[in-house]
Design a protein around this ligand. Structure first.
Ligand code: CMC
Length: 423
């Protein structure tokens, strides 16, 4: 809180509103007392509304800055692994060597899932989308783990967060191998978080997965870059569901559901679908024109961002990784990847995209990297969900530990019929 105040004058009446300053970022006008004056504010999509205060992640969309607990994403992507980052998001500090060892062993200890949960998988159609399966399986974890359900207890919250972090790669990979009709591959803790997921995805009883350090590191970077992004749609969903005291598994299942939408986590899958539809470079112009046409609903998937009105720092990192992976696999001349790079170039030179500062976002490049790694389109958002679980559990824990936490209950502007009687 500062001594600065905003003044609202309505029908001649002056209302002083305090201004709240964070440690970084724009100040916010505290409008909490407005409802006592019989007034609401209107802000669909929360374009100008801070829904909470948080010490976890800072995004400055104009200056292309992303910090997790104060550390720039560029440094975290270069120097840390995903478990360091998860520990940082949840606890506020990077782990020292001893803390890392304990955390690693805790996560390893939870990587298996209750054997009966395999029956939950088997209730789904084989061709169900992995995200649909993940929503169901994660939601049903509350029917298997109930020794950590007291959401007001810090130790319970930590235990459920560790379980979710540890089990999400297993649940994600199994959602895919279930599609294929292959047996579930059990986690192998010595492979590390990223390597273990790739192994569960790609090995089978008759074929061992060959771990390639360049590709595993690329995958680890996807996890790090997607681990958190402050109050995006899915994180806000987790907070809203959690604000009622709902159990952690229900909260994370709702986050996964929100993430699945094509305007959010579904963008990387939508990008690859779009590339498949464009098919060849000669048709790029036609699709760019469609993206610019206001009468056409088509948008260039993987371009633009609600918060980054300049380059997305994550996409700059992923772009470098993308080239490393394509070089490592000798894929730069494969038609799909050539098409993606040609589209990127043409859009970046187009006046419409330049004027609106529409750059490729992280999901444009992460989609290409995942495709190159052999991860099927249907698993792209599932990978995002595995990564974002680190952010979701951290936000949920922060909110539940906040004494000022209130159940989320937005207001509305009613535009329906006024009271009338049945004749
Ligand atoms: N293709 C064509 N035009 C676009 C695009 C696009 N991808 N994105 C924005 N615009 C235009 C938009 O039509 C508007 O034009 P005008 O000023 O003439 O009306 C202008 O750019 C500003 O866009 P906006 O609609 O105000 O932006 P928004 O904040 O409402 O939408 C977005 C952000 C990400 C939903 C949108 O850019 C989009 O739909 N992009 C494609 C989907 C996508 O890649 N989403 C992933 C986001 S990153 C992952 C994540 O963090 O979840």
């Amino acid at each position: 809180m500062t001594s600065r105040k905003a003044k609202l004058i309505i029908d001649g009446k002056e209302i002083d509103l305090p201004i709240i300053e964070g440690t970084m970022g724009p100040p916010s006008i505290d409008i909490r007392t407005l409802s006592q004056e019989g007034l609401y504010t209107f802000d669909p999509g929360y374009i100008s509304t801070a829904s909470c205060s948080s010490a976890i992640t800072f995004v400055d969309g104009l200056n292309s800055q992303l910090l997790y607990r104060g550390y720039p994403i560029e440094q975290l992507a270069e120097k840390c692994d995903f478990l360091d980052v998860s520990y940082l998001l949840f606890n506020g500090e990077l782990p020292d060597a001893k803390e890392k060892e304990v955390f690693q062993s805790t996560i390893n200890g939870h990587s298996l899932i209750h054997d009966q949960l395999t029956s939950v998988f088997k209730g789904f159609r084989r061709d169900a989308h992995p995200m649909a399966v993940m929503i169901g399986v994660v939601g049903s974890m509350s029917a298997f783990y109930f020794d950590d359900m007291d959401v007001s207890n810090r130790k319970h919250r930590r235990l459920s967060a560790e379980r979710l972090l540890a089990k999400l790669p297993t649940i994600g990979a199994w959602s895919y191998t279930y599609n294929l009709g292959l047996p579930f591959v059990y986690p192998q803790n010595d492979l590390g978080y990223a390597g273990n997921f790739l192994n569960m995805m790609f090995s089978s009883p008759n074929k061992k997965y060959q771990n390639n350090p360049v590709l595993t590191r690329a995958f680890e970077k996807i996890l790090i870059l997607h681990a958190d992004h402050e109050q995006n749609a899915s994180t806000s969903t987790v907070r809203l569901v959690g604000s009622s005291g709902a159990n952690p598994y229900a909260c994370i299942a709702s986050g996964i559901a929100s993430l699945w939408g094509p305007a959010h986590g579904g963008a990387n899958e939508a990008t690859l679908k779009m590339l498949a539809e464009i098919k060849n470079e000669s048709r790029i112009g036609e699709y760019i024109n469609r993206a610019k046409d206001k009468d056409d609903e088509f948008r260039l998937m993987g371009f633009g961002h609600r918060v980054y009105r300049n380059k997305d720092p994550r996409s700059e990192i992923m772009k470098v990784t993308c080239h490393e992976v394509l070089d490592e696999l000798n894929l730069s001349n494969e038609p799909l990847f050539k098409l993606a790079l040609a589209l990127e170039k043409i859009a970046l030179e187009d006046e419409y995209f330049i004027e609106r500062k529409l750059f490729p976002n992280v999901d444009f490049y992460s989609g290409i990297v995942m495709k190159a790694l052999g991860i099927p389109n249907s698993m792209f958002t599932a990978v995002f969900a595995i990564a974002r679980t680190a952010g979701w559990v951290s936000h949920w824990n922060e909110m539940m530990g906040d004494k000022n936490n209130k159940i989320g209950r937005p207001r509305q502007i009613y535009t329906g019929k006024t009271q009338r009687n049945i004749s």
